[in-house]
Write a protein that binds this ligand. Sequence first.
Ligand SMILES: *[C@@H]1O[C@H](CO)[C@@H](O)[C@H](O)[C@H]1NC(C)=O
Ligand SMILES: *[C@@H]1O[C@H](CO)[C@@H](O)[C@H](O)[C@H]1NC(C)=O
Ligand SMILES: *[C@@H]1O[C@H](CO)[C@@H](O)[C@H](O)[C@H]1NC(C)=O
Ligand SMILES: *[C@@H]1O[C@H](CO)[C@@H](O)[C@H](O)[C@H]1NC(C)=O
Ligand SMILES: *[C@@H]1O[C@H](CO)[C@@H](O)[C@H](O)[C@H]1NC(C)=O
Ligand SMILES: *[C@@H]1O[C@H](CO)[C@@H](O)[C@H](O)[C@H]1NC(C)=O
Ligand SMILES: *[C@@H]1O[C@H](CO)[C@@H](O)[C@H](O)[C@H]1NC(C)=O
Length: 596
Amino acid sequence: MLVSLFCVLWLVGACHSVSIVEQDVLRFGQELEQLLNTTFSPCQDFFGYVCGRTANQTLRLQQEQLRFQQLLRLNNPDKLLAMEQQLLNFYKSCQSGRSLDSLMSTQLYKSSGGWPALESSSINQTGLGWLGLLSQFHEMGAPYFFETRISMQSNKRLVTLQPDVTRRHTLRKFEQRVGELLQSFGVEQSRAHIVSLEVLSLERNRRDIIKTERIDDQVQFSYANFKRCSFGNFSMSRLDWDAYFRNLLGGKMLKPTDAIVVRQLPRLVDYIQLLQNTSMHRLLNWIWIDYLIDIVTADCQQLADIYAGDVYAHLLQRLSTDRVQLTQMYASIGRAYKAQLVGSVWIDEISEQSSKRFLSQVMHIMLNGDEYLDAAYQDLQLGRRNFYRNMEKLRRFQHNRPPPSPAALQLRQFARGFETIYGLLPKQQHQNLTAPLGYVLLAERFARHLVAAGSSSRTPGAWRSMDSDRQFAQFVNCSKTATNTNAHELLLNTLAQRLAGSSYREWLGQQPTANRVNVLLAAGRLQLSLQRLYFIGNLLMECPEGQQEHKRQLQHTLLRNTPEFSEAFNCRFGDALYVQPQPCHLAENLARNVSA
Ligand SMILES: *[C@@H]1O[C@H](CO)[C@@H](O)[C@H](O)[C@H]1NC(C)=O
Ligand SMILES: *[C@@H]1O[C@H](CO)[C@@H](O)[C@H](O)[C@H]1NC(C)=O
Ligand SMILES: *[C@@H]1O[C@H](CO)[C@@H](O)[C@H](O)[C@H]1NC(C)=O
Ligand SMILES: *[C@@H]1O[C@H](CO)[C@@H](O)[C@H](O)[C@H]1NC(C)=O
Ligand SMILES: *[C@@H]1O[C@H](CO)[C@@H](O)[C@H](O)[C@H]1NC(C)=O
Ligand SMILES: *[C@@H]1O[C@H](CO)[C@@H](O)[C@H](O)[C@H]1NC(C)=O
Ligand SMILES: *[C@@H]1O[C@H](CO)[C@@H](O)[C@H](O)[C@H]1NC(C)=O
């Protein structure tokens, strides 16, 4: 494929002066031959044309993973921020440090009493009792049987106990995975069989408790009363709750007057009776199996994402990107936002402030990294060798952090787009993502996040100013959208397309080689152009996620109101996506109606 690319270049006589910009775009144009479904005509079904190829998700995931690994290898670790380095360590330990020895040398393994399936004879009596065992896991952020949340309310602690009702697998699947897990740790077959039976029977009992319908009410106790109370013939005083809470509170004690709120008390009592009636041996087998089942063979990239999602997202957008060029692109879209939306009827000052903050954060992160995030991870120390030790530290660390702010979540969600880019550009191995592909793949996504960042709420359209109700009603009427939610989505997409599209056109205007690139693109099999690439690339980024039919309709409504699209693809009267006679003139609505 590269050969044919250079042939084309040579024919046009441009071979010697081909710039990186051109290379990027032309290579992407070639890759599109593998990505688009040309049985659809772009003017009839653009969504089908761009997203209609039966994508091989397995292959795509593999490409993403491969690309990420390549990037990690390429990147000079000196240039990583401390937290990024930690994540890299975690990743490396995951790839090489999942051995039995690693597991057995962890703090959690030793203090819990170990996993009897592995070493039934040498297991040490820790004398923990089941509540003590649970406290080891709860303290790390693995809420087996019930979750304990502790907060302060004026000068008292408020503890909420919430019985667990999660079932990650069907019982049959669970059974299968237990078998696989025991095998992967080399547990001898007849012992594995016995362990399986034990664990399954506990799992079945646990599920029976989950299945029982319980009213979601709550009962409040003082801590002193909680410790004294009895349920049926079982008295709480038989359990060492002091030790449990001391472990969770890092050595501190609950006061007798602190409040304990139990949600679904009957379910908690069921669990307590089950645990009372279960041997430690069986419980240890169950808990270690359940703990390991999801991490022992899981993909390392996914684990990094699940357990350190903010750093992972941070790293994604900074690896292998031309940071300066992308920052310039963000700034340019930010200027378009200011010119086209600030002072318009659609947004108010609060919205504008949040969007501005989002813009400056993304730019800052791209150029310098997020020092607040870096500082938050300062106390975490992950090595490169022992995965299980890292896992334990990381989970405990995340468990003790406050939940992320909506603004932080928004940043993280935006950064996820880079993962899709890795899947799309597996061949761009030794290249950084530069401005042309930034515009082609990322500009609209960024613009959407920029506009929507004007609200901390997830409600569609919450960023829109109340002053625009009249204009919005007109927009709904004109675009004939079925529901308000869809109309808000369409409005957001329309605005984003305007911001991103105008920035792209401005950028193109500054590229001396744009015409030549267009000639080269047009000569290819797909007869592309820089304008076409923009529409294709920005939609391509949205293909992998679900809700296909909904997206198709949304996208097509948008395109029927976009004269530039019909122009770029030479759509004609009669084509399904030919621009409608009177496209919704958002522009007319843009200026704030002073008399209103
Ligand atoms: C293109 O779309 C058609 C119609 O949906 C489908 O039958 C065909 O398999 C698609 N082609 C590829 C390569 O996925
Ligand atoms: C998808 O890709 C994987 C990995 O390359 C391959 O094993 C599998 O056969 C492919 N599936 C299809 C339906 O092409
Ligand atoms: C049990 O105790 C022995 C000796 O104290 C120790 O070597 C071993 O690691 C312990 N095993 C577990 C699972 O804690
Ligand atoms: C307590 O009651 C449960 C049933 O609610 C029963 O299975 C158990 O044997 C009783 N235990 C004692 C010590 O009486
Ligand atoms: C306690 O465990 C035994 C043996 O596992 C079982 O037969 C019995 O039904 C259990 N009792 C309760 C109350 O769960
Ligand atoms: C990619 O960008 C990084 C800095 O962000 C730089 O160190 C590296 O040399 C660049 N790679 C290429 C191939 O341009
Ligand atoms: C909706 O649009 C139609 C034209 O498409 C127009 O006749 C009608 O007055 C509009 N209704 C409202 C409420 O704006």
